[in-house]
Design a protein around this ligand. Structure first.
Ligand SMILES: Nc1ncnc2c1ncn2[C@@H]1O[C@H](COP(=O)(O)OP(=O)(O)O)[C@@H](O)[C@H]1O
Ligand SMILES: [Mg+2]
Length: 356
């Protein structure tokens, strides 16, 4: 899919900007604080209904204005599909193909995005939540049952934790165990199957991106191998009551990444972590495309400046092979980028226009 065009109204430093996008690589060039990341942020909000920079959407409304409007034409057959998101007086309205929709997850299905920014290393060296988010993004888009199961599990977990804090009585807490186990086992099974299918792609992309290293990935489901979830919950019951929180389960799942047999964060440099994170995201975008026949848009912020020409060229070649839409920002004009780009935009003083 991807986007054919994007319009911003009263968003961050932009009063009104209209962009015609390339279905391949789009480069957004501009000085510091010119508004490059804000354009990626607008795209991210159009997909996820929330920002990656602030928990408060109102902070993205242009100063002095009451709301913003983001509109885009998503590439679809036989006609493009209009999506829009309006923030007005603290209220959010989402429109897809002329209809108001309630759930934000519908946006993500029409216009899926993945973000690769300065925080991307966290996929490699950060806490488990970053790898769970990575895994869940793909599982959500490929496995239909995922969202409902994930949602039911979260609800059961929340109720169980509330009871653990309030009563600390085993009998009452056990009532929620039935729900937790049912959805937890299912969630874990869905994730595991997705992970197994994704795994060969991730390893191939990872090993091609980094020279002479072997990469391995292992899924950890959040409770010990070899025992059912229900049994593990009983084993942890006393500790759970003591601390008032559920210690084990799919909410603690992780992916262990090793490079040459060592935990990745000990074995590679920060630059290599970026390259590896990019490989993971690209592999997932590629896999998503193969599985669903649709494509996701990759938002890449300020990465070009951090990679040497060789790694940048390799990344651009991979992007080209995957054939997915990419919107990439850069502080300066780089020949390597511009040669590969389908469209180049300049951002300056609240304006953004296409130059190539
Ligand atoms: N709500 C807002 N209203 C108006 N301007 C804003 C708002 N939020 C941020 N800005 C301004 O937008 C500019 C662009 O920031 P940013 O997108 O981070 O630029 P870049 O990524 O190019 O460095 C900054 O100068 C910032 O002061
Ligand atoms: Mg920026």
């Amino acid at each position: 899919m991807g986007l054919q065009s994007l319009s911003l109204r009263q968003f961050r430093c932009f009063a009104a900007v209209d962009l015609n996008l390339s279905p391949h690589l789009n480069v957004i060039e501009g000085k510091n604080a010119s508004g490059k990341t804000s354009i990626l942020e607008a795209l991210y909000i159009l997909s996820r209904g929330r920002s990656f920079r602030t928990a408060h959407l109102d902070a993205t409304v242009q100063q002095g204005c009451a709301g913003f409007l983001l509109t885009a034409q998503a590439i679809s057959q036989p006609l493009p599909m209009e999506i829009s998101l309006a923030r007005q007086d603290g209220h959010l309205e989402v429109n897809i193909a002329g209809k108001v929709v309630k759930g934000l997850n519908q946006l993500a299905s029409v216009f899926p995005v993945q973000l690769l920014d300065g925080q991307a290393n966290q996929l490699i060296n950060g806490g488990p939540k970053y790898r769970r988010q990575f895994l869940d993004w793909g599982t959500f888009h490929v496995e239909r049952r995922f969202y409902r199961t994930w949602h039911s599990y979260r609800q059961a977990l929340r109720q169980r934790n509330i009871l653990l804090k309030a009563t600390r009585s085993g009998a009452e807490v056990a009532v929620w165990d039935v729900e937790l186990v049912k959805h937890g086992e299912e969630l874990s099974e869905i994730r595991q199957r997705y992970f197994q299918d994704l795994c060969p792609h991730v390893l191939e992309f990872a090993e091609q991106s980094l020279d002479s290293v072997s990469v391995s990935v292992e899924y950890r489901r959040g409770w010990p191998m070899g025992i059912p979830f229900a049994e593990a919950l009983q084993m942890w019951a006393k500790k759970d009551r003591e601390f008032g929180v559920t210690h084990i389960g799919p909410h603690r799942a992780d992916i262990v990444i090793r490079v040459n047999g060592q935990p990745a964060q000990n074995a590679i440099s920060r630059g290599q972590e970026k390259v590896l994170a990019a490989a993971f995201l690209l592999a997932q975008a590629d896999f998503y495309q193969r599985e669903s026949g649709l494509s996701c848009t990759l938002l890449v912020d300020d990465l070009a400046a951090e990679l040497d020409t060789d790694h940048l060229k390799r990344l651009l070649q991979r992007i080209d092979e995957v054939g997915t839409q990419v919107i990439m920002t850069a502080i300066e004009s780089l020949d390597t980028l511009n040669e590969a780009a389908g469209a180049v935009f300049h951002v300056k003083q609240g304006d953004c226009h296409r130059v190539v």
